[in-house]
Design a protein. Structure first.
Length: 415
């Protein structure tokens, strides 16, 4: 057995249900099965994970040191898995964190054949490690990959690989005596075919890292500036619903311009109507009293036109609102304009606004600047209004073990 390799169950080394076998040679699946004389590409298979421990593990830095550099601090290990069109997925490897090589003509460097995900692992106050709804992330990752012509995979197998990395590095980097801490998981998939030419990649690389991320929960709320009239982040029928690097790079110019003016992020508007879509890279929500019905509503943009991301925090918050708030609040997913938000604020009907996502979590918005006008929103003691605080507590309870909930996936670790 190769150094650091793990033993595999019989199903991984022998038959796999299709009267064929696969070997693992230098970390590569070699399919011997055939169909009509052609090899059947191997699927992503977490049971074939090969583990190589880092020969020089690093000391865990304190929070101040971790964020004193512009470089992201990652844990000791990462996961990689190669794919090509003929062979399919290689055996995944959990190995020391470090650089990998790409040809200068790799598809990702020229044609943006790339997608990624983002989720956190939490050290609970009950001492256990948890992932929050990783099945939602892996399925969204699959949708993103399909949107940019990258290879398909079984999302359940990817979830097992995420758990494997967290179980391996989590106990050291999120020690039990530091409850309430978290790390950030970043799965990514890139086209690696080294051929210049606009075409579907025939080779790709999946990799997963585990790193530090700053908390973004300082009091005072976000200050947003609406997007310039000549700038569009995403459009109907486009790829705003997918987590592609191409969604983010072009938005940085407007975001930096907003920061230069003293704002934290852009509130992206769409179309001549000025529909509200996202706040930076987060979903955006308002709580107002509906003018016609008099009901309290949580309103956010819909998913049906592919403009906004199907955020995991977004969908979780909306589901909790529907399940737990009953008739107190009406959840509405619809198009609504910046002018409607301004009207609600002027009429005293706008109660709260907040951004929600993996990075910002549930962050209240205190000011929205729109075409020379500042719209001020009350955020109570600086940490949010009634519903922002309520959702924050509910979600934290699930993530950190305050509530036993199926959304909190406990990661096994050695005692």
């Amino acid at each position: 057995m190769a150094p650091g390799a793990i033993s595999l169950p019989p199903s991984a080394n022998g038959t796999d249900g299709t009267n064929g076998t696969k070997e693992i040679i230098n970390g590569t699946n070699l399919p011997t099965k055939t169909q009509n004389g052609l090899p059947i590409p191997a699927g992503l298979d977490a049971s074939k994970l090969i583990i190589t421990k880092s020969p020089s593990p690093r000391a865990v830095p304190d929070a101040a040191s971790a964020f004193a550099t512009e470089d992201t601090i990652c844990t000791d290990h990462m996961i990689t898995c190669a794919w090509d069109r003929t062979r399919g997925w290689s055996a995944p490897e959990l190995k020391p964190f470090g650089p990998f090589s790409l040809m200068p003509t790799a598809s990702v460097l020229h044609y943006a054949t790339e997608c990624f995900e983002g989720l956190k692992v939490y050290r609970g106050f009950d001492g256990r490690l948890r992932l929050f709804r990783p099945d939602c992330n892996t399925r969204r990752f699959l949708r993103s990959a399909a949107r940019v012509s990258l290879p398909a995979f079984d999302p359940d197998e990817l979830e097992k690989l995420l758990v494997a990395l967290v179980a391996f590095d989590g106990p050291k980097w999120l020690p039990r005596d530091e409850p309430g801490a978290f790390l950030y998981l970043r799965p990514a998939l890139i086209g690696t075919q080294s051929t210049l030419g606009v075409c579907t990649p025939t080779k790709a690389l999946l990799f997963v890292t585990l790193s530090y991320m700053k908390k973004m929960d300082s009091p005072g709320g976000l200050k947003l500036c609406t997007s310039p009239e000549d700038t569009v982040r995403a459009w109907a029928g486009g790829f705003g619903h997918a987590k592609l690097g191409a969604n983010y790079g072009p938005s940085l110019v407007a975001a930096q311009a907003a920061r230069d003016k003293g704002y934290d992020q852009i509130l992206w508007l769409y179309g001549p109507e000025g529909y509200c879509t996202e706040a930076g890279a987060s979903n955006f929500m308002v709580v107002w009293t509906d003018k016609e019905s008099g009901k309290t509503q949580i309103v956010t943009a819909p998913l049906d036109d592919s403009i906004i991301l199907d955020g995991i925090t977004r969908r979780s918050l909306l589901q909790l609102a529907r399940d737990r708030l009953g008739d107190e609040v009406e959840v509405v997913e619809k198009k609504y304009t910046m002018n409607e938000v301004i009207e609600a604020q002027r009429e005293g009907r706008l109660r709260e606004t907040f951004a929600v996502g993996t990075a910002y979590f549930v962050t209240p918005v205190s000011v929205v600047h729109h075409r020379g006008i500042d719209i001020h929103i009350d955020i109570g003691d600086g940490y949010g209004g009634k519903y922002a605080l309520l959702f924050t507590q509910w979600l934290k309870d699930i993530m950190y073990g305050g509530e036993d909930h199926p959304w909190g996936l406990v990661v096994p670790e050695e005692a």
